[in-house]
Design a protein around this ligand. Structure first.
Ligand SMILES: *Cc1c(COP(=O)(O)O)cnc(C)c1O
Length: 464
């Protein structure tokens, strides 16, 4: 094997990968270098001739490392992001090694079949309608965009308008109803689809950020014409879930479309401990969920799930005369996402489903939720600390004394480097946000991180 031209290149990177991951547990969490410094370092002294591959990769490592955050580490609680499991990473390497252009099933039977197998398995794990179609997208942002494109097309079709043929200009107005605290990427998706901010109806939410069922019903009564309603499984700050069952009943009566943004929260459905939060969610028309969050696949990996396959395909299919087909039953990956040439996203998902199994996924999600409660409990014991949310899932929103003090605590925790947390503004207040979602996080990591946060809080109080 060592005689092959690239064996050294690949062997070196494999050795580096193992060492890098072995260091995850004790690495400082915030990047050492700033963006400005890294721009300077990365600048390419452009030459006419190329460089040997080994040198290029070594140089890339040397340049990049100081500007990397330890996002794969077990005490990274900064955002709701997964840990990029080594098995998923290895499958992802194979994805690149094989270099399949994943548009068409005749050209790449394995890449297409892996997606089809994952579609079936994921619908089984989430207990969603088994006939639903699934697009493999870069992230939940594009997954929601894809689902909402299907929703827009189908709602207009029912109103007698063929949007694929006639476009959006001059089409009947489609109402969009969503919660006051929907994720920012939902608004991005709506913008790409031609829905203006002003045409969106926002519904009041409760203390934890979940839509109020009565307010939703009233908002739905006020709108006339085609409607797309958007619910959320897993609020970004609180982890809250919308009242799907009640929403679905109202939506059905209106012949409307219900989409669920479940980027991380949809995985609660895989558990026995938190499944009740998802009650009624199965009655929706579409769902978006990430693989690169709770399933721990590497980036980029998410699923756009649509109950009405025809609506999904109508919105996304790219007709290409030069691409062969064996008929409509076979899966062309490009029928379900807004991309033609792309990586074979099914392989990493396939590997992670096999690696974790149903129980592995369920136990991990349940464990993270227990760890989030432990965080809340440990922090709430200290004077001046307020837990701002009801910890229903894996998210903990913390406030220390004042907004300024909360910011100071975040900066101090980041400087200490034991763990990483970020901040957010929520309802006019500064929060420190904890997201527990890395599969390697242990109870000891939570205890150690909570101690670091409380030490930072003590230091901030002394300084004020
Ligand atoms: C992360 C997240 C998104 C966006 O997902 P990406 O994978 O970053 O595109 C959307 N909605 C919610 C609730 C999220 O947590």
């Amino acid at each position: 094997m060592s005689d092959h031209p690239n064996s050294r290149l690949f062997a070196d990177i494999a050795r580096y990968a193992a060492e890098r991951r072995a260091g995850d547990r004790e690495r400082g969490h915030a990047p050492e270098a700033t963006y400005a410094e890294q721009v300077e370092r990365f600048r390419i002294a452009l030459k006419d001739e190329g460089h040997p591959g080994n040198e290029v990769i070594r140089e890339l490592i040397t340049l990049a490392e100081p500007g990397l955050a330890a996002m794969t580490g077990p005490r990274f609680f900064g955002w709701v992001i997964g840990g990029s499991n080594p098995v998923g990473v290895a499958a992802d390497w194979l994805t690149s090694i094989w270099g399949q252009n994943t548009a068409n099933h005749v050209a790449t039977p394995s890449a297409s079949a892996a997606e089809e197998a994952c579609r079936q398995a994921l619908l089984e794990i989430m207990d969603l309608p088994r006939e639903a179609s699934m697009g493999f997208s870069t992230g939940a942002t594009m997954a929601s965009f894809t689902c909402l494109a299907a929703a827009r097309g189908e709602m207009l079709r029912r109103a007698g308008w063929d949007v694929e043929a006639n476009g959006v200009f001059g089409a009947p107005a489609v109402n969009v109803v969503l919660g006051e605290e929907a994720h920012s990427t939902i608004f991005a998706g709506l913008k790409y689809l031609g829905f203006g901010e002003r045409n969106i109806v926002r519904v009041d939410v409760d203390r934890n950020g979940a839509m109020i069922a009565g307010a939703f019903a009233e908002a739905m009564e006020r709108v006339s014409g085609p409607v797309i309603a958007i619910a959320q499984a897993g609020h970004i700050n609180t982890g809250a879930f919308d009242p799907f069952g009640e929403m679905a009943r109202v939506v059905k009566a209106k012949d409307a479309w219900l989409h669920v943004d479940g980027a991380f929260g949809l995985w609660a459905r895989a558990t026995s401990t938190h499944r009740h939060l998802c009650e009624g969610l199965e009655l929706a028309d579409s769902w978006s969920v990430d693989g690169h969050k709770w399933l721990q696949t590497p980036y980029d990996c998410a699923y756009a799930i649509v109950k009405d396959r025809e609506a999904h395909v109508r919105a996304m299919r790219i007709p290409a005369s030069y691409l062969p087909s064996t008929g409509d039953d076979a899966r062309n990956p490009s029928d379900f996402v807004p991309e033609l040439s792309r990586r074979a996203r099914g392989f990493a998902t396939w590997a992670m489903i096999r690696r974790l199994g149903r129980r592995g996924i369920a136990e991990m999600v349940t464990r993270h939720c227990a760890q989030a409660r432990l965080f809340a409990q440990k922090l709430a014991e200290a004077p001046g600390v307020a837990i701002m949310n009801e910890v229903v899932l894996n998210q903990v929103a913390v406030h220390f004394g004042s907004d300024a003090q909360t910011k100071a605590v975040i900066a101090q925790v980041q400087a200490d480097g034991v763990c990483f947390v970020g901040g957010a503004e929520w309802r006019g207040k500064q929060l420190m946000r904890i997201s527990v979602i890395n599969e390697n996080t242990t109870e000891a990591d939570v205890v150690r991180s909570a101690e670091s946060m409380l030490a930072a809080w003590a230091a901030v109080r002394r300084a004020h």
